[in-house]
Design a protein around this ligand. Structure first.
Ligand SMILES: Nc1ncnc2c1ncn2[C@@H]1O[C@H](COP(=O)(O)OP(=O)(O)O)[C@@H](O)[C@H]1O
Ligand SMILES: [Mg+2]
Length: 380
């Protein structure tokens, strides 16, 4: 899908148009991508649309996450169903906007991959919960929808995350290996792909979620824009070392985390800038630690996701890994669109019953296809 591969057509499966929808852990908004793909090696990005959530809806999502995180097993709850209903309608509208922008009619779309929003990822309790009503979306739009991508993997003993590696592998088919793709969203996950196209992937730590929470509580704006505060702050190395002593960092992959797995208590008393610097170093150091678990050191790290726009985070990752760390856009990709494109790709693979998770990615024993398909009912 970088420019040189756009026209390679392997024709294993017929090419179809698919939409992918992502509402990431950072709760920043909806990303909607339209791609053409065969679900295998051919990928052509067609259009991308994104829409930020209002502060009010972000708070409602945070409340839904808070409720879900306390549960031993997922049970319906009023705050969660209200959030799910609004979320589904916002996503339906995002698809409509995307299709208008691309001048494509709904009947031309083979499938929508609707990730939904993760309100809790509790692998310790053997469940993960993405809200979003795929059946309603299919009905409203008249397009087949795949949702619930992670449940089958978790039921089969996998981490249910990360799922993006299968798309990263397709995207990088013509790049020199080993290569690593680092996604900096609310949390950070890394995918390493070797010369045999084998993948090792896992969540390595936080990316921007804790930085966003810190900035929101101190400034009312949920972002350290370009890493400006962190750039002028002082990293508190003692606190950083304490935070890195969390057992998660010593675990062998496969491993995955929830955005609320780490406490901010030890930075509470710091200045805005020092807190931002320490949290940013926490995210960067997690990447450096994560690299130790890779079977081969990558030649370069290609960075996708909104966190690549945090210059201080990028600088700290460079300093702490001593590797070439590049914005993936430099290679002709759109680092904001990749996750949404990935769920379009995975939805096509679901229709074709092709695997989306593997032992090296989620830890599932055998390659597994995932997701529930909802077809629109024909109205007579
Ligand atoms: N200009 C920027 N400067 C710093 N951080 C940014 C910037 N733009 C986006 N981000 C961060 O990127 C994250 C959103 O990235 P995204 O890839 O959408 O993640 P997610 O999939 O978790 O929503 C937010 O946490 C936000 O703080
Ligand atoms: Mg996002």
């Amino acid at each position: 899908m970088n420019k040189s591969s756009q026209n390679i057509h392997k024709n294993i499966e017929p090419c179809r148009l698919a939409v992918g929808l992502m509402s990431g852990t950072s709760r920043d908004g909806i990303d909607a991508a339209l791609i053409e793909s065969d679900g295998e090696a051919y990928i052509r990005p067609v259009a991308f649309f994104s829409e930020a959530y209002t502060d009010e809806f972000r708070n409602r999502l945070a409340l839904a996450c808070h409720e879900a995180l306390q549960m031993e097993t997922p049970v319906q709850h009023e705050a969660i169903s209200i959030a799910e209903d609004t979320l589904t309608h916002l996503h339906i509208n995002a698809v409509k906007s995307l299709l208008i922008q691309a001048n494509i009619k709904p009947h031309e779309i083979a499938v929508i991959g609707f990730h939904g929003h993760t309100i809790a990822h509790r692998i310790d309790r053997h469940w993960t919960w993405q809200i979003g009503n795929g059946a309603l979306m299919a009905q409203e739009l008249g397009i087949a929808v795949v949702d619930n991508f992670r449940a089958k993997d978790v039921a089969a003993g996998g981490q249910g995350a990360p799922l993006m590696p299968v798309y990263h592998r397709a995207m990088t088919s013509d790049l020199e290996k080993p290569v690593a793709i680092l996604n900096l969203g609310g949390v950070a996950n890394i995918t390493a792909i070797d010369r045999h196209n084998d993948m090792v992937a896992f969540d390595c730590g936080m990316a921007s979620a804790m930085i966003d929470s810190w900035m929101l509580s101190k400034t009312g704006v949920a972002m350290d824009i370009s890493g400006a505060q962190a750039a002028v702050g002082q990293v508190n190395e003692t606190v950083l070392a304490e935070m890195l002593a969390h057992p998660f960092f010593a675990l062998d992959p496969p491993k995955s985390i929830d955005r609320d797995d780490f406490s901010m208590a030890s930075i509470e008393a710091m200045s805005i800038a020092d807190g931002a610097a320490t949290l940013t170093a926490f995210s960067a150091e997690a990447v450096a630690i994560g690299l130790r678990f890779l079977p081969h050191m990558p030649k370069q790290i290609l960075v996708a996701g909104g966190g690549r726009k945090n210059n201080t985070l990028m600088r700290m990752i460079r300093d702490r890994t001593a590797l070439e760390v590049r914005d993936i856009d430099d290679l002709g990709f759109d680092g904001d669109a990749i996750e949404a494109q990935g769920f379009a790709y995975m939805a096509l693979r679901r229709l074709d019953n092709l695997p989306i998770s593997f032992s090296g990615t989620t830890g599932v024993k055998a390659p597994l296809c995932g997701g529930d398909v909802h077809f629109p009912e024909k109205l007579i």
